[in-house]
Write a protein that binds this ligand. Structure first.
Ligand SMILES: [Cu+2]
Length: 108
């Protein structure tokens, strides 16, 4: 009898708390491309990479400061982006993408 209430609470609150704290953006991996290849973030944001291809990909920054494990088809990986970065799939080095973190406190 208490179960429906519990489920309802789980469904509504954590989701809202998450989105208020950290905006989330998505980069799709499809057709041997990162889509969008350039992602603009207004401040620090969590980025989810979703591999929609039939082959394994990964996501690694060119300066090696962060990177995903190999991502099988239909899997995803997320990372909190704090600064701009260029990244690639090391399995397919022609696959390149860019994260641009725009900070609101930029000086004039
Ligand atoms: Cu790849």
């Amino acid at each position: 009898m208490a179960v429906p209430l519990l489920l309802d609470a789980c469904h509504s609150t954590p989701q809202q708390a998450l989105s208020r704290e950290t905006p989330t953006d998505t980069v799709w991996i499809r057709g041997l491309k990162f889509v969008p290849d350039t992602l603009y973030l207004s401040g620090e944001s969590r980025v989810v990479f979703i591999n929609q291809d039939m082959v394994v990909h990964n996501v690694k920054s060119l300066d090696s400061s962060w990177g995903s494990p190999n991502l099988p088809s239909d899997s995803s990986w997320s990372f909190l982006m704090q600064q701009s970065a260029a990244y690639q799939c090391t399995l397919h080095p022609t696959m390149r993408g860019w994260i641009i973190v725009q900070h609101a406190d930029s000086k004039h």
